[in-house]
Design a protein around this ligand. Structure first.
Ligand code: URA
Length: 183
């Protein structure tokens, strides 16, 4: 698939019932040649309205961390496990993830990031380990084939519990250091 085919497929997707309640499909945003790709959970209300991932409060919080590390949003690529918003922001269902993950795989193939960073438990459980425990395993770096993968706290979790901000900063700093080492 090329980018146009992928976008067309996502925009026309009716593979799960979320297509009936979505306003916009949220495919992803950022640099298509990025070394770092962030993967969140699913669009929320703001993302569903605008068709862009992480534009609400959680996204603004993520932007602050990126800025404090000298990373521009345009340097990275940001997507989600699900391309459509689950009603009331409930957790994505396994069957929704099963069908939607194919689009994310195509995005990874096209971008070929050096490092994938899962934002929160849902993405980490899907992409790293079904038993992933974010409180214990955040910041650990795994090698998977051609890329490294890690998970950090979801920015919404940081807004609920600011005591985790320091861990987030440390984890992202280590990821930036890894990128420098492997580049
Ligand atoms: N939370 C997510 O996981 N993804 C978004 O795009 C917005 C909020």
């Amino acid at each position: 698939m090329d980018w146009n085919e992928l976008e067309d497929a996502c925009l026309a997707c009716e593979k799960c019932p979320l297509c009936k309640t979505r306003t916009k499909v949220v495919i992803g945003i950022g640099n298509r040649n990025a070394d770092i790709m962030f993967v969140g959970e699913a669009p929320g209300a703001d993302e569903d309205k605008q068709g862009i991932p992480f534009v609400g409060a959680a996204g603004k919080h993520l932007d602050k961390f990126l800025a404090s590390l000298g990373i521009n949003r345009d340097d990275v690529y940001i997507a989600n496990i699900l391309k459509c918003r689950p009603p009331q922001n409930r957790d994505p269902l396994p069957e929704e993830q099963d069908v939607c993950i194919a689009y994310l795989r195509e995005q990874v193939k096209l971008i070929k990031p050096k490092i994938i960073v899962c934002l929160g438990r849902i993405a980490a459980m899907r992409l790293i380990d079904p038993e992933f425990r974010i409180t214990k395993m955040h910041g650990k770096i795994y090698k998977r084939g051609a890329f490294y993968i890690s998970a950090v706290y979801h920015p919404s979790a940081l807004l609920r519990d600011p005591s985790k901000n320091e861990d987030m900063y440390k984890d992202l700093k280590a990821i930036k250091k890894l990128l420098k080492e492997i580049s």
